[in-house]
Ligand binder design. Structure first.
Ligand SMILES: [Zn+2]
Ligand SMILES: [Zn+2]
Length: 339
């Protein structure tokens, strides 16, 4: 398990067996994800698939670009995939007359742009150098790159609104999409995966248990409380990435508007340090070699508060070999946890 990033500004974790590598969530830009993989010697070309917990931006920000870049399938539940597609598809409707006006404006803008481009081309000597880097311009500007193709097609076709709409680049295009269902096991390579439903304000949010080569790892972040199915899923886990989102007092006195505070605190929000500690003290079986506390709020938590709450809760069961508490970070990857 390698946590590349964890927190309300972006989440991504690599889970791998000796034969299979899965990226769980892609909540940073593609460029940043690749940078972090390089920092921990994870070869992105060796990833077999991307697995998505839910459609919130801190879990999918770099998804489309990364999946297209690596040409690997993305696993979602169907409701999560639909919600993600809806999120990326602008909901604009316009009359035919208005559409014609817009086409005229765009045509004029294109003519102007090409005139400027002809002038600029003369002074543009070093452009090619930037394109030499496989992970540079193309990757971070996929929409622009695809947009160029659209414009050519529009110039040729520019006839009917439906035709134009269909050739407009699909921001939700993925090389391959696979669906899974919460509660139903499936496999990617030799990793057996059990997705479980978590209570969170998204379309169909999930946590996961991964099992390969006799080792079990689990990931449970973004949940408002610990329902029985989650407690049950988190049994016999060797490495557990568990949310410890906020300190209740810091959240109460912190900068968030009241409505956001209510959302975080709700049954479909996030686990507080206290809630996580209560699970660790009362329900957790004590069997993990590592407990990684994740999705810490930068505004409403302090890493040390989360650590102390968890360590106190684990208490006597913490040994030199077992129940090591680590803190996942937003700004940097954690060293890989190898079991
Ligand atoms: Zn979320
Ligand atoms: Zn999140």
């Amino acid at each position: 398990m390698t946590v590349l990033a964890s927190g309300s500004k972006g989440n991504s974790t690599v889970i791998s067996s000796s034969r299979t590598r899965v990226l769980v969530d892609a909540g940073l830009s593609c460029r940043e994800l690749l940078k972090r993989m390089a920092m921990v010697d994870e070869d992105p070309a060796k990833l077999d698939a991307i697995l998505i917990t839910h459609e919130h931006l801190d879990h999918v920000a770099g998804l489309a670009v990364l999946a297209r870049r690596l040409k690997i399938p993305v696993f979602f539940t169907e409701p999560t995939h639909r919600a993600w597609v809806r999120m990326l598809t602008p909901r604009t409707t316009m009359s035919y007359a208005k559409w014609m006006d817009r086409m005229q404006l765009e045509k004029a803008a294109r003519a102007e742009a090409s005139a400027v481009a002809t002038l600029a081309a003369a002074e543009e000597g070093d452009e090619a150098a930037g394109r030499g880097d496989p992970f540079s311009a193309e990757m971070e500007l996929p929409v622009e790159a695809e947009g160029d193709c659209d414009r050519e097609a529009l110039a040729e076709i520019a006839v009917s609104a439906p035709a134009a709409a269909s050739i407009k680049a699909d921001p939700a295009f993925l090389p391959a999409v696979e669906y899974f269902t919460a509660g139903r096991n499936f496999s990617i390579g030799d990793i057996a995966i059990t997705p479980f439903t978590v209570p969170h304000d998204a379309a169909d949010p999930c946590g996961f248990v991964f099992e390969a080569e006799g080792i079990r790892m689990a990931l449970a972040t973004d949940l408002g409380y610990m329902p029985p199915n989650v407690k049950q899923a988190l049994c016999r886990i060797d490495a557990l990435l568990l949310e410890s989102n906020h300190d209740l007092e810091m959240l109460r006195d912190g900068p968030y508007p009241w409505s956001v505070k209510q959302r975080v605190l709700s049954r479909v929000g996030h686990l507080s340090n206290d809630a996580t500690a209560e699970f660790l003290a009362k329900e957790y079986d004590g069997g993990a070699a590592y407990i990684v506390l994740g999705h810490l709020s930068e505004s409403n938590n302090q890493p040390e508060l989360a650590r102390i709450a968890a360590e106190n809760a684990i208490g006597d069961r913490m040994t030199l070999l077992g129940n090591k508490v680590l803190l996942a970070e937003q700004a940097a990857p954690l060293a890989p946890i190898t079991l």
